[in-house]
Ligand binder design. Structure first.
Ligand code: AMP
Length: 280
């Protein structure tokens, strides 16, 4: 695996490679890698000639300064894991490579999606995600982009980013299923910050999502949501939202909707966790 730190170096390397007809898969991450990230690297290895992973803790997508300050960094271990997984290139840019001084900051028209659920509780978050990913796509120009369903709304936002930046014909977006711990907790870099006690309480999120899935046809939506919020609060969570939504629009579900997703965001201590589950 080669490690590249500048945009120019990476673009040039990839341009030469693509000239010989080779396809490039891209896995953007913020590091503190776990099996969820590695599943994306492996999917890319299967489909493409060359896999690029980026690690960049993007300051503009953190609306909470503490969350940014304490975001876990485990670079040496990440590099080992990437080598083991067969990743070809690690891109490790600094802030100036992603936000070149003097380059105007773009505002993206993300529609309603920007302001609901995560967007409602994390103002500016998705603009920040788009700023970083747009720049990364400009540098890497991948043929395939791999994202995790764990960040359901982010997948929808980045689908839109690809459309509004005219890359729809050039990039195939692939969404991989959420990788979970044995007991069901969705893997997340932020799990590293959970205490032993918080780690066992965190499981309630997965249990409630599974319960909603089981009961979706029998119990009214509002009751499923209310009871789930109550269970989370009993375990000490501060709940941002428990939503049952139309899986294609993320608008609150109505009875006629066929394709549904349940989404939860809740904070334990000062660690905010999100998870979701497709219901049908
Ligand atoms: P992050 O490092 O949290 O920004 O995530 C980088 C990519 O990995 C995103 O596309 C995430 O959706 C994906 N990802 C994070 N956690 C998981 C997981 N448990 N399973 C599958 N993909 C994941």
């Amino acid at each position: 695996m080669i490690v590249v730190k500048t945009a120019n170096e990476l673009s040039e390397f990839l341009r030469n490679l693509k000239k010989s007809g080779k396809s490039v898969g891209f896995v953007p991450t913020m590091g503190a890698l776990h099996d969820g990230h590695i599943s994306l690297i492996k999917a890319s290895n299967k489909d493409t000639a060359l896999t690029v992973c980026s690690i960049f803790v993007n300051p503009t997508q953190f609306n909470n300064k503490e969350d940014f300050k304490f975001y876990p960094i485990t670079l040496e271990k990440d590099i080992e894991r990437l080598i083991e997984s067969g990743c070809d290139v690690l891109f490790l840019p600094n802030v100036a490579e992603i936000y070149p001084p003097g380059k105007p900051v773009r505002h993206y028209d993300l529609g309603e999606l920007e302001n609901i659920l995560e967007g409602n509780f994390r103002p500016g978050h998705f603009q920040g995600v788009c700023q970083a990913v747009d720049r990364l796509l400009e540098i890497v120009e991948p043929n395939f982009l791999y994202l995790g369903q764990k960040d359901y709304q982010q997948c929808m936002i980045l689908t839109r980013l690809i459309e509004i930046t005219g890359r729809k014909e050039k990039i195939k977006l692939l969404i991989a299923p959420t990788v979970r711990e044995k007991d069901g907790l969705a893997m997340s870099s932020r799990n590293l910050r959970l205490t032993h006690e918080q780690r066992s309480k965190a499981l309630v999120i997965y249990r409630q999502l599974s319960w909603i899935k089981k009961e979706i046809a029998n119990v009214p939506f509002f009751e499923l949501k209310k009871e789930t919020s109550q269970h989370l609060a009993e375990q000490g969570f501060s709940v941002d939202y428990v939503e049952i939504a139309n899986a294609d629009t993320l608008k609150p579900a109505s009875d006629g909707d066929e394709h549904l997703v349940a989404l939860i965001a809740a904070t334990l201590g000062n660690i905010r966790l999100i998870d979701n589950m497709i219901l049908n």
